[in-house]
Design a protein around this ligand. Structure first.
Ligand code: NAP
Length: 304
């Protein structure tokens, strides 16, 4: 069945770019945003996404619902959709979870959705929001995963990983460890270089040793002003996934701490158009001025 109406929960940075691409290729995008923040509602309005009057209406109208929230909300929103679909007797609704969640959370979502007769596809997105039609890939797994290939007709690149219910989430967890790990490592080291008055020198040296690496990671470091808390959550998902498999993730908790410390700086900026602004040096300066990784600052936080 062709997707004509696609529900997106919610219109954050990633949701905005999905909606833009879907609109461009003729799909109608719906959301339910009445209980969301002003910036999310504004983003939906800016990208021409209609908010339905209720989640039940969203379930009735949509051919597919895509969950693109934050990892900690993924199970909650799935439970709400399962309940709403059951309330309006909507059978066979297709649901793609595209969040960076642990495979255990994906399995729970599968169970919860099954109770409402909603069909689950585990998914993840690799690539930045602004590059959904320029190299970003939607990975999918599970018995219904091939149905998601239909998104290719809207400009997305989709790859099916296999029939496992939570394979896409497991894939994302180990991938996210690399991207967040590089961001955390660079921020920690560059804060040190700034303190020692050696920032330009070390940036040049990194470039000589690892050409292009910092340039590649820079947009994500800039995005930490907005996404540090969510990315810290992803490191928690990684840690829990390893623990579930009887393994210890030793680096993930440290990266989580760096990212949480950035989130605590309270420098969050939001965009009603789903875009990131700024340059690396300004962002590092901001983190530095706010006392990121400074013992005094951490100590005063801990004594509160
Ligand atoms: N941004 C990227 O480049 C990127 C790249 C790869 C993967 N992803 C994945 O995409 C997902 C979203 O990331 P993002 O960058 O779009 O984050 P974001 O900009 O922070 O947006 C998150 C959205 O989820 C909404 N939300 C939060 N809790 C919710 C709940 N309980 N019910 C319904 N909506 C809720 C937020 O609404 P409020 O404003 O009301 O809180 C906001 O609209 C994440 O799982 C991430 O792993 C993002």
């Amino acid at each position: 069945m062709a997707f004509r109406k696609i529900g997106i929960m919610s219109i954050g940075e990633m949701g905005y770019h999905w909606a833009q691409l879907l609109n461009l290729h003729g799909a109608e995008v719906l959301t339910y945003a009445r209980d969301r923040s002003e910036v999310t509602r504004k983003r939906a309005e800016n990208v021409g996404v209609k908010s339905t009057g209720s989640l039940q209406q969203l379930c009735q109208e949509a051919d597919l619902i895509v969950s693109i929230v934050v990892p900690s909300a993924a199970l909650k929103i799935a439970a709400k959709i399962a309940k709403s679909a059951a309330q309006v007797n909507r059978r066979d609704l297709l649901y793609l979870d595209a969040n960076a969640i642990s495979p255990m959370t994906a399995e729970k979502i599968n169970t919860v959705l099954g109770q409402g007769d909603v069909r689950f596809v585990d998914g993840c997105i690799i690539g930045s929001a602004a590059k959904m039609d320029k190299g970003a890939v939607v990975y999918a797994s599970g018995p219904q995963a091939s149905r998601i290939l239909e998104l290719e007709s809207f400009g997305f690149t989709v790859q099916v990983l296999g029939a496992g219910t939570s394979q896409a989430s497991a894939f994302k967890v180990v991938y996210a460890g690399l991207t967040k790990g590089l961001q955390g490592l660079f921020v920690e080291l560059l804060m040190g270089a700034k303190s020692f008055g050696l920032l330009d020198e070390i940036v040049n040296r990194y470039e000589e040793s690892f050409p292009g690496l910092l340039d590649k990671v820079s947009p994500s470091i800039i995005g930490l002003r907005i996404h540090a808390a969510r990315r810290a959550e992803e490191m928690d998902e990684l840690k829990r996934t390893y623990a579930h498999h009887g393994m210890s993730a030793l680096l993930a908790p440290a990266i989580q701490k760096v990212l949480s410390s950035i989130a605590e700086l309270d420098v969050r900026t939001t965009s009603e158009k789903g875009i990131r602004e700024g340059n690396l040096l300004d962002v590092l300066e901001l983190f530095y001025q706010k006392g990121l990784l400074k013992d005094g600052r951490l100590a005063s936080k801990m004594s509160k």
